[in-house]
Structures are given as structure tokens and as C-alpha cells.
Design a protein around this ligand. Structure first.
Ligand SMILES: Nc1ncnc2c1ncn2[C@@H]1O[C@H](COP(=O)(O)OP(=O)(O)OP(=O)(O)O)[C@@H](O)[C@H]1O
Ligand SMILES: [Mg+2]
Length: 389
């Protein structure tokens, strides 16, 4: 591993990226509603959301490529809102990373230094080539490189300018799935090695969760929730986040008792939800949505219902569909509590009676249950076939 300072230069005091009350309107349309966001220095931060939610607009305001309608952009303690892009210690890598086709890889990487009139670039270019593991391709032209290699050149070309912050806008969008997965790990390694703040825009929830320390989930120009990947996944605060990050079963229910646990009824049965996993609206009582992830649920054939341990949440139903996908089998179960509940069972000891038509009990540890406000669209953030991919 190379010395950090070889790539990043001196740490100039740096600091967090802080957006305060930042917004962007185009005429009467608000692309980004006033938002406050802090990206900690040195972190890998993802802006995640569906197409059109305002990710690129937010990124462009950090870069200075877009004037905010309201609000302030700080880098550390410095207000950079009125600085032009080239005066900000920020570089951007776009999806179309457009390398210079007639220059070889070394020259592409050296470009930013040359433009600033720096003559002796060899050492820095070599360090960058090593960082992105393309030392043997220095004399190749971009068209002789794979998509992933070209992407790494684009990253090196940006990092050689020693930005405090690297902005990445769907940088892996042009790559096929397998290469994307490889590059996600590669970019994460590079970020860890150079220690520069990365702000990464993606609509791919798996990509955001794999790479980022912190994820801001955006929806309709607003940040719905911000947190570490596991926290967002386990404790979604809105139906959008519950559905957009992985899959959630959301069950319409009614509160009957509140205390340390909240007890609800759904489809004639009672379910227990830990009070600290309920949003404040849920603790007010009334109609609520109860959530549980598909992998937390166990399936037991109705004939064996007596074997299920006491104290587990349980829902009876009938298997509507099952798909064997090797590592797991994914079941769709219809029940009085909810239609089309999703259950993922690891294929360890498969019960051959669990086929479509079978009567089953779904059961899970109540600790894995969360409660959300019912006054929101239960299907918000559900991936439609159109956006899939
Ligand atoms: N110059 C502009 N004039 C008018 N509307 C714009 C302009 N730029 C963006 N928008 C609108 O602002 C909204 C947010 O756009 P933005 O590019 O930030 O979305 P995004 O989250 O990056 O989406 P994608 O994942 O498709 O790239 C969109 O509805 C878009 O149509
Ligand atoms: Mg975009």
C-alpha cells in the first residue's frame, strides 16, 4: 500500500461538506427542497434514490455547477456557495467518463496537472497508476481498456488534483452487473486508501449499501432518511425507505395496546412490535403499518404449528407461489393479515410440503418487527418492473 499523502497531498485542514437549507427550483418546479446535510470528512457517502429525485442536482450544487436557489454550501468552515467550480477543492467523475481518446492513460491522468502548468508529473502519475492498479496500461489508449479500467482512469484523473471531495455521479452506470460489483469494491478500496471524502450518487440500493459508510435516501427532492446501511435496512422510518432498500412486508394493523411493546391486531391475530422500533405516530395508536423483512420469517407447515415456540409473532396463510433460487427459496404467501407476503427461506433442510396451496404459519421473533405511520403510501418505493435493473 502506498503512503496516503502521496495521493492526497497535505491535509489542508479539510473538513466536512455541509449543506444548510440548500434547495433548487426550476421555475415553479422544485427539484431539491431545502435540505440540511453533513458529509463527514473522509467518509464514503451515498445519495440514493430513484430517477428524478434530485441526486445529480444536489451533487452539482456541491460542485458549483448549479447555483442553489436557497442555502449555503460549506467545505469545512469555508462558505463556497459563491465560488466557481474550478475554485472549489472538488472534482467530479461522471457516468460518461469521456477520456481523451488520443492520449494514452498516463497523459489522461496527468491532464489536470499539466493544465495547471506542472511539469514534473511522472511520480504523481505513477502513484495514481499504482493506486488504480493500471501500472501495466500506462501506454495504452482508452479504447484498449475495458469499461472498468477506463472508469478507474477517470477516478485517477480526478484524484490527481488532490480534491478534498470527490463527487461521483452514477460512475458505474455504463458497466455490466458483474463488473459493477467488482468496481464497487475497487472504488471502496481506493477511497479507504486515499481517505478523501467521496460523495457517490446511485439509484442502486445494493451499490449504496455495499460501498457507503452513510447513505442519504432521497425521494422527491427530499432526504427521507440518513444513516449507516444496516441501520437504514433494519430501522426504516418511512414506507419508501422500507420498500426501496430491499423488500419489506408491510401489514395494515390497528394498535390495541402501547407500552414497552406495542400490540397490534392484523387479520384477526395479534402481533408484537418493540416500542423503540415504532415511529412516534405508531405510539399514538390507531391505524399503523407493521413491517418485517422476508428473511426474518420462518415458514412452518400448518400441521406442525404446535412446534412453534411461544412468544413469536405468527400469521397463518397459504402459499401462492414459490421460486427456488439456489441459496434460498422465495415464497409468496396470502394471508388474512396481508396479501402476497414475501418469505425467504435458506435452503438448509427443505420441507417438501411447502408448495403452492399448502397451509402455513409464518412466524418470527417480534424483535424483528417495526412499526410505521399508516398515513403514507404503503407501496412507496416499491420497484416497478420498469425501473428494475
Ligand atoms: N435544468 C433543468 N431544468 C428543469 N428541470 C430540471 C433541470 N435539471 C433537472 N431538472 C429536474 O429536476 C429533477 C431532479 O433532477 P436530477 O437530475 O437531480 O435527478 P436525479 O436524481 O439525478 O435522477 P437520475 O437518477 O435520473 O439521474 C428532475 O425532475 C429533473 O427533470
Ligand atoms: Mg442523475
Amino acid at each position: 500500500m502506498t503512503d496516503k499523502t502521496a495521493h492526497t497531498g497535505k491535509n489542508t485542514g479539510g473538513g466536512d461538506v455541509r449543506l444548510t437549507g440548500i434547495s433548487k427550483s426550476y421555475g415553479s418546479f422544485t427539484a431539491v427542497h431545502p435540505l440540511d446535510l453533513t458529509v463527514p470528512q473522509g467518509s464514503f457517502f451515498a445519495l440514493l434514490g430513484a430517477s428524478g429525485c434530485g441526486k445529480t442536482t444536489t451533487l452539482r450544487m456541491i460542485a458549483g455547477l448549479e447555483d442553489p436557489t436557497t442555502g449555503t454550501v460549506f467545505l469545512g468552515d469555508k462558505d463556497v456557495t459563491d465560488l466557481p467550480p474550478y475554485k472549489r477543492p472538488v472534482n467530479t467523475v461522471f457516468q460518461s467518463y469521456a477520456l481523451f481518446p488520443h492520449m494514452d492513460i498516463s497523459e489522461n491522468i496527468a491532464f489536470g496537472l499539466r493544465r495547471r502548468g506542472i511539469k514534473s508529473v511522472k511520480k504523481q502519475v505513477d502513484d495514481m497508476l499504482e493506486l488504480v492498479q493500471l501500472g501495466d496500461k500506462a501506454r495504452h489508449k482508452p479504447h484498449q481498456l475495458s469499461g472498468g479500467q477506463q472508469q478507474r482512469v477517470a477516478v485517477a484523473r480526478a484524484l490527481i488534483n488532490h480534491p478534498q471531495v470527490l463527487l461521483l455521479d452514477e460512475p458505474l452506470g455504463a458497466l455490466d452487473l458483474k463488473l459493477r460489483r467488482q468496481m464497487q469494491l475497487e472504488l471502496k478500496r481506493i477511497q479507504t486508501e486515499v481517505g478523501i471524502t467521496f460523495v457517490h450518487v446511485t439509484h442502486d440500493q445494493e451499490e449504496a449499501m455495499t460501498m457507503a459508510d452513510q447513505v442519504a435516501v432521497m425521494n422527491g427532492g427530499r432526504v427521507e432518511q440518513l444513516g449507516a446501511p444496516a441501520d437504514l435496512y433494519e430501522n426504516p422510518q418511512t414506507t419508501f425507505v422500507a420498500n426501496f432498500l430491499g423488500t419489506s412486508n408491510l401489514i395494515e394493523a390497528e394498535v390495541v395496546e402501547t407500552g414497552a411493546d406495542v400490540i397490534v391486531t392484523a387479520g384477526g391475530g395479534k402481533l408484537r412490535v418493540p416500542g423503540d422500533r415504532c415511529t412516534s405516530a405508531v405510539r399514538q395508536g390507531g391505524k399503523v403499518l407493521v413491517g418485517v423483512r422476508p428473511e426474518k420469517i420462518s415458514l412452518t407447515h400448518a400441521d406442525d404449528a404446535g412446534s412453534i415456540a411461544d412468544g413469536r409473532n405468527r400469521v397463518t396463510g397459504r402459499i401462492a407461489d414459490s421460486s427456488f433460487i439456489g441459496v434460498s427459496t422465495q415464497y409468496v404467501v396470502n394471508s388474512p393479515a396481508g396479501a402476497e407476503l414475501q418469505v425467504y427461506e435458506q435452503n438448509i433442510e427443505r420441507d417438501t410440503r411447502l408448495v403452492p396451496g399448502a397451509e402455513v404459519v409464518l412466524h418470527w421473533n417480534p424483535a424483528h418487527t417495526f412499526g410505521l405511520d399508516a398515513a403514507q403510501d404503503i407501496d412507496a418505493g416499491v420497484e416497478t418492473v420498469e425501473d428494475a435493473g
